[in-house]
Design a protein around this ligand. Structure first.
Ligand SMILES: [Zn+2]
Length: 401
């Protein structure tokens, strides 16, 4: 069924929440009514019973879920991860690579090329977020040791520019500037992350075109870290640059394990509501029992653990990616900030869509946009999800007959 009305919903619109109804046809939102009166034209009608209807979530930073990692490099792995995330309300995502051998990276990119914007049976892959070749080694976190790419390999990478939505670099990497210039020339958005750079180096990178910083507070330099290597005056690192520079948007992992509520509050206070996105940074262990998993390509990734709440390195202390969906981030950020729900939902939908340059077509409930929607229960758990007006099967207990 692709033509229908949803009535009696609390619509989460870009600037407010209001009671209303919405008409979907040909995969798009065709009409939004603030009253409950809808024409009796024989269309199918779904009664939302007063539940909140939110725009589908947009995840800029996600490695996998439901047992699969995008770096497994098969269309089945993509479909598995996309389905798992759609059950948490994500309707669009950027498949994010890990640091890896070029052979594994190119295998993944070939699969992504075939699937971008296509039906995956779950969340839509809007593009790839390239992660890895330009990390600062000591800030790699749970990723394998980043391999330096040859100029020929970078050139081969640029051939995938049409599907490379974003690329992350550490400004202090010896190849960062030339890579940044090539990305800008090919229309690839630039992020900074996995870096121990100084404030100055971050500001220089903004001059190259960097506009976003990955997972604020995680795998990045700050005053305290830089102080270990110098005396005075104390200097800011990537953390302080991100908070200070208006040119930079950023993102937080809202799983409730990476960041304490006060850090979420600080991020919101400084970068919200227009320059802060929620991301999952989830890996394959999402929705699977606690145990040992591989982060990155199945046959060549890093062994990590899931304790059922978050990913951990072998030592059981350092964090290794996340295992919670976008819906968890919405609930956590809401609890940490006390902001209105519609505003927090923007952080999971319109703002990330804008950061990725996709907000013309997705990210909000507006006429003409793709009918990507999540019906949320009172506790903000997804109960029904639609991608392009097509419902994802078996989300949870159905409230609507
Ligand atoms: Zn990361």
């Amino acid at each position: 069924m692709t033509d229908f009305w949803i009535t009696n919903a609390a619509l989460i619109l870009p600037q407010e929440e209001c009671k209303g109804a919405l008409r979907i046809s040909h995969g798009l939102i065709q009409e939004i009514r603030r009253d409950q009166q809808i024409p009796m034209d024989g269309s199918k009608v779904l009664n939302a019973n007063g539940c909140r209807l939110s725009p589908g979530f947009v995840d800029l930073h996600v490695h996998g879920g439901g047992g699969a990692d995008f770096m497994d490099g098969t269309s089945e792995a993509f479909q598995q991860a996309c389905l798992a995330h759609s059950r948490h309300g994500t309707t669009s995502l950027l498949a994010t690579t890990t640091a890896a051998d070029p052979e594994h990276l190119f295998r993944m990119l070939l699969v992504a090329k075939d699937l971008v914007h296509k039906n995956t049976g779950g969340a839509r892959v809007m593009g790839v977020h390239l992660y890895g070749p330009h990390f600062h080694g000591p800030a790699k976190g749970c990723h394998p040791e980043p391999k330096r790419f040859s100029p020929e390999q970078i050139q081969k990478l640029m051939a995938f520019a049409p599907i490379l939505t974003a690329a992350t670099l550490a400004p202090e990497h010896p190849d960062a500037e030339s890579f940044a210039r090539q990305c800008v020339a090919h229309g690839i958005r630039l992020h900074m992350g996995h870096s121990h750079c100084t404030f100055d180096q971050a500001e220089t990178a903004v001059g190259w075109g960097v506009r976003h910083v990955d997972h604020l507070f995680c795998a990045m330099s700050d005053r305290a870290r830089l102080r270990l290597e110098q005396t005075w005056p104390m200097r800011g690192g990537l953390l302080e640059a991100t908070l200070c520079l208006d040119a930079l948007s950023t993102e937080v992992i809202g799983d409730g394990c990476h960041l304490s509520p006060e850090l979420l509050r600080l991020a919101w206070r400084v970068k919200g509501p227009h320059r802060l996105a929620l991301v999952t940074d989830a890996m394959r262990a999402m929705d699977l029992p606690p145990g040992e998993y591989v982060f990155g390509p199945k046959e060549a990734g890093v062994k990590v653990f899931s304790n059922g709440r978050v990913g951990l390195m072998q030592d059981g202390k350092a964090l290794a990616s996340a295992i919670q969906g976008m819906d968890q981030g919405v609930r956590q950020l809401l609890a940490a900030t006390g902001e209105p729900i519609w505003r927090i939902i923007q952080t999971a939908s319109l703002i990330p869509a804008r950061i990725a340059g996709l907000d013309k077509n997705i990210g909000s409930l507006e006429v003409g946009k793709r009918a990507d929607m999540v019906l949320l229960n009172e506790d903000l758990y997804p109960i029904r999800v639609w991608v392009g007006g097509v419902e994802i099967p078996a989300i949870g207990p159905k409230l609507i007959p």
